[in-house]
Design a protein around this ligand. Structure first.
Ligand code: ZN
Ligand code: ZN
Length: 138
C-alpha cells in the first residue's frame, strides 16, 4: 500500500497497487508547476487503484490541456497549501507527484526528459538516462 499527502496534511490518498518507474521532466511548464528544477512523477499501473482517504473536496483541479481529441489532462492540488498531488486524465487520477508520497514508493527516477530545455541552474545527478526531449518509446 502506497500512501501520500499534501504539505498541510488536509488531503491524503492511498494506492492499492504499484506505480511505474519515476520520471523527471525538466521542461519550463513542469518547472512552473512544481516550483522546482523538474517534475517527479510516476503513473498508476492499475487503473482504479487510487483513492482519496481525506480531503477530496479540498482538491483543486486544474485543466492543462482541454483538447477533446486527447481527453482532458489536468492536475490536482491541495486548495489549502497548493501542494501538487496528482496528474489527471479524463477526470481520473493518472499518476502522482512522487514528492507527495509518504516513505518509499518502491520505484526510483528512471529517466530525465526535456533536459535540453532545463534551467541553467539545474545540475542533474544520479545514474538515470537523460534525454534532450523524450525517448522514442514515450
Ligand atoms: Zn495541503
Ligand atoms: Zn515537462
Amino acid at each position: 500500500m502506497i500512501t501520500g499527502e499534501c504539505f498541510c496534511g488536509t488531503v491524503k490518498y492511498q494506492i492499492d497497487g504499484a506505480l511505474s518507474e519515476g520520471r523527471c521532466c525538466h521542461c519550463s511548464r513542469c518547472r512552473k508547476l512544481y516550483g522546482a528544477a523538474s517534475s517527479a512523477y510516476a503513473e498508476l499501473l492499475e487503473p482504479g487503484s487510487f483513492s482519496w482517504v481525506a480531503g477530496e473536496d479540498k482538491v483543486q483541479r486544474f485543466i492543462t490541456n482541454g483538447d477533446p481529441e486527447q481527453g482532458e489532462w489536468g492536475l490536482g492540488f491541495c486548495k489549502t497549501c497548493s501542494s501538487m498531488l496528482c496528474g489527471m486524465h479524463g477526470g481520473e487520477v493518472h499518476g502522482v507527484a512522487l514528492g507527495s508520497v509518504n516513505g518509499d514508493p518502491g520505484v526510483e527516477i528512471a529517466m530525465h526528459i526535456h533536459v535540453g530545455s532545463k534551467a541553467p541552474w539545474d545540475h542533474i545527478g544520479g545514474p538515470a538516462p537523460r534525454y534532450d526531449t523524450v525517448p522514442d518509446e514515450l
